[in-house]
Design a binder for this molecule. Structure first.
Ligand SMILES: [Zn+2]
Length: 256
């Protein structure tokens, strides 16, 4: 039974001219989608009669052709490359911002974020500093969740209702604390068991994806090899916890 719409998770939408933000984490380029591929993916969605919806709609009642597009990290290319394409195809997206990086080199400033909002896009939080929340003490987690929401609300004059949990590490406590911090919609990487209807799992679109792989994702399937890799990765994440997993991942990327 389908209980939630498909939610795609993007990061950078890049062009040859896109400068790489200095504060980016190692390995972030795995999730860079070229503007050319992004266009092809939107074309595929259009051709297959998909429509984007947002948290403004009642997400309990959605059709199988309704889906959500989300963008994490708030890089400048979200405004310069993703927004024009979304507008061209008549799609709407959710943009989750790292509060501390707003206006920093390679990231959107308030002017660009206001433009997204004026174009009907949804603005949400992606934490204050992009720290892995499961590594932090409770008061720090609370601060990451609350301060980012208040900072965005104060500067934009908007009500910030949604958060995407930074870097894929989440547990029941983080979900509970996000609710307590005032978020009504919580976007995660993989859905936790019994997490509730306000919690949305997402499919991360990768730079390596062909249009066929994209189509497979939209049909809810992944090649078996990839499935095995993902379940191994999640197992290692669980065993090692945020900090150690992140360290191993960085080392692996260096070796590669
Ligand atoms: Zn992120």
């Amino acid at each position: 039974m389908i209980t939630q719409p498909i939610v795609l998770m993007y990061h950078g939408i890049v062009t040859p001219q896109t400068p790489v933000p200095r504060e980016r984490e190692t390995g972030a380029d795995l999730y860079d989608v070229t503007a050319e591929n992004f266009r092809a993916q939107l074309e595929w969605l259009k051709k297959n009669l998909y429509r984007t919806v947002t948290i403004r709609k009642n997400l309990d009642a959605f059709s199988t052709r309704e889906m959500l597009l989300t963008f994490d990290d708030g890089e400048m290319n979200n405004c310069t490359a993703a927004l024009p394409l979304l507008k061209e195809f008549g799609f709407t997206g959710h943009f989750f911002l790292i509060a501390k990086r707003i206006g920093k080199d390679g990231y959107m400033g308030w002017e660009q974020i206001r433009r997204l909002n004026a174009e009907g896009m949804i603005i949400g939080s992606h934490g204050f500093s992009h720290e892995i929340l499961t590594n932090l003490l409770d008061p720090q987690i609370r601060e990451e969740l609350s301060a980012s929401r208040k900072y965005l609300e104060r500067n934009l004059g908007l009500s910030i209702e949604s958060i995407s949990i930074p870097r894929g590490f989440c547990d029941d406590k983080i979900i509970r604390m996000a609710r307590e911090a005032g978020y009504r919609y919580i976007f995660v990487s993989e859905k936790l068991d019994g997490a509730g209807a306000d919690c949305f799992s997402r499919v991360a679109v990768k730079s390596s994806w062909t249009i066929d792989r994209f189509a497979q994702a939209m049909q809810g399937s992944a090649p078996i090899r990839e499935k095995i890799l993902v379940s191994c990765k999640n197992g290692v994440k669980k065993i090692l916890g945020g900090g150690a997993y992140d360290w191993v991942r960085r080392m692996m990327l260096k070796i590669k």
